[in-house]
Write a protein that binds this ligand. Structure first.
Ligand SMILES: *[C@@H]1O[C@H](CO)[C@@H](O)[C@H](O)[C@H]1NC(C)=O
Length: 529
């Protein structure tokens, strides 16, 4: 059968374009004794059929891209079933041919050999599969599926051996697939998607993007593909490009939840246009689409409500996310958490931490720490840098960081050597890869929006150094203030908020400790934040 005909057998409605209907139409035109009513009716039916055909084609295209999501293995297995099972099933299979097929005519002729190699891959005998597929590539250099099988085998082998070098070979082989003559479109799709995914995994995001863009030329209406390109843009910090592509997707498909969430996220965090971001984030989340209801989107939807003065709406969002297990609770909204449960309370007494000795040492040396801090602050020699996370509603809040992510900033420590020497003796703080050690100065008239830190893996100590009247910090439901020479300990993964209604600056020293429940192994392996 010629390819166009096959496609037309997909659905009866398609008959509008099929050879069977066209003659009929001609015949009816020729019929001279036909009444006007009948004529209108025929035109009507023809138009109807054409419209139906359009929708079928569109839905086929969609189906096409849905099928891409299937593991590659499955498709080959299907192909195998088709070739082995009697006609009834084969006929049904043909319905999705050739749009979704990854097997060209040549590969059909060597399907038995391909499936044999594939069976090794399916059974997890990767080295044997690779050998078989390499043999096939040599024997049939023009076989797209042989090359694809080789690419997949290398892909799996690289995972097994954790070898970037083999992964590179796999990426290269995926690239070869698409250059082979008569490579089925669907196979190109699978090979390029995987190639882009692996490139991104290796951190070669620019190359991943260009692969995906090439693919988009072949499937210009593939919204999933456009969404993925947006993700890669975001990963490489090209937020404007991401915004553009998500805008396009939302224009093409106003109900696309994935694109809406991501667009809302960009509009909220980059442009601070809260009112515009809220419906996008809300509808994106509500779509329930995979990837559209990520914790970050709840986080920023709630925060957007807070910023426009609707805290009740914010907490509704947080409650909803907590119910879904996205946040640990409406008040504890950190997203980079330990994979084991940790004691969770907003306020900690020094005795509860297991770090009592260290805490007493910091308190005992508070004047040394204060004086060094004041020197850095007074010099105004570029020491204190503005807070960068857009957490202030108003006012001035600056920090001077000595350690972050478990690393000492030696240049900063040269300005506060005695303080750093004290900290160096406190390993549970100095080595805390998910925290910082820093001075924090806040000027009168500052209000810090309710917010949460990124992780539950740390406890945050505040040592009061210069504390005027009318300053306060709320963590969870409890509001307290600082005292000079005294430490308070909070879990900043809980909702907290700060006010400075006083008239002179406030200075504290912040020391993050590993959460005491974390094992040495966790402390050693957790990714820095
Ligand atoms: C600071 O002022 C704000 C606004 O007037 C008020 O809501 C808050 O409770 C005050 N906090 C303190 C600690 O004075």
């Amino acid at each position: 059968m010629a390819p166009p005909r096959k496609r037309l057998t997909v659905d009866k409605k398609k008959d509008a374009d099929s050879p069977e209907t066209k003659p009929k139409r001609k015949d009816s035109r020729k019929a001279s004794g036909i009444s006007q009513f009948k004529w209108i009716f025929i035109v009507f039916v023809t138009v109807l059929l054409a419209v139906a055909a359009f929708f079928v084609l569109t839905s086929l295209n969609k189906q096409d891209s849905t099928l891409n999501q299937k593991p590659e293995k499955q498709t080959v297995v299907e192909e195998r079933e088709t070739s082995e099972k009697p006609k009834k099933k084969a006929k049904k299979k043909k319905l999705v041919d050739p749009l979704t097929s990854i097997t060209n005519n040549f590969d059909k002729s060597i399907l038995k050999e391909l499936n044999k190699a594939q069976s090794f891959l399916d059974k997890g005998q990767i080295k044997d599969a690779l050998k078989k597929f390499e043999g096939l590539v040599n024997k049939y250099p023009k076989s797209p599926l042989a090359m694809y099988g080789k690419a997949q085998s290398l892909d799996k082998l690289s995972e097994m051996r954790q070898s970037n070098e083999i992964l590179q070979q796999s990426i290269h082989a995926y690239g070869n697939v698409i250059d082979l003559p008569d490579c089925p479109l669907q196979l190109k799709h699978q090979a390029m998607r995987r190639q882009a995914d692996r490139l991104s995994f290796l951190g070669k995001i620019g190359q991943a993007i260009s692969t995906l863009k090439k693919l988009l030329n072949l499937f210009p209406h593939d919204l999933k593909l456009m969404n993925e390109i947006g993700v890669q843009y975001l990963l490489s910090g090209r937020n404007r490009d991401a915004e553009n592509i998500y805008n396009k997707v939302v224009n093409m498909d106003p109900s696309n939840g994935f694109a809406k969430s991501h667009l809302g996220f960009i509009i909220k965090t980059d442009h601070l246009r809260y009112k515009e971001a809220i419906p996008l984030l809300r509808e994106g989340i509500a779509s329930g689409e995979t990837g559209a209801d990520d914790g970050r989107f709840y986080f920023h939807l709630g925060d957007a409500f807070t910023r426009i003065g609707k805290p009740d709406e914010a907490y509704k969002v947080y409650e909803e996310a907590a119910k879904k297990g996205i946040f640990m609770s409406a008040l504890q909204r950190s997203l980079y958490n330990a994979d084991t449960p940790l004691t969770a309370r907003p306020w900690w007494a020094p005795e509860q931490t297991g770090y009592l000795e260290a805490i007493r040492k910091l308190e005992g040396n508070w004047k040394v720490i204060r004086d060094e801090g004041l020197e850095v602050l007074d010099q105004k020699s570029g020491g204190f840098i503005p807070e960068e996370e857009n957490l202030r509603q108003q006012g001035d809040w600056k920090q001077f960081t000595l350690y972050q992510r478990g690393r000492k900033n030696t240049a900063a420590c040269r300005k506060t050597p005695r303080t750093c020497a004290i900290v160096d003796s406190i390993a549970d703080a100095a080595s805390c890869k998910r925290g910082q050690i820093k001075y924090s100065v806040m000027l009168p008239g500052t209000h810090v929006w309710p917010h949460t830190g990124p992780t539950n893996c740390r406890l945050r100590l505040h040592l009061g150094l210069v504390i005027p009247k009318n300053v306060a910090i709320r963590v969870g439901h409890e509001t307290r203030t600082w005292k000079e020479g005294k430490a308070i300990i909070i879990d900043d993964s809980f909702d907290h908020e700060v006010w400075h209604n006083g008239s002179t600056f406030r200075l504290i020293f912040i020391v993050d400790f590993w959460h005491p429940d974390l094992t040495p192994r966790q402390r050693a392996t957790l990714a820095p934040i």
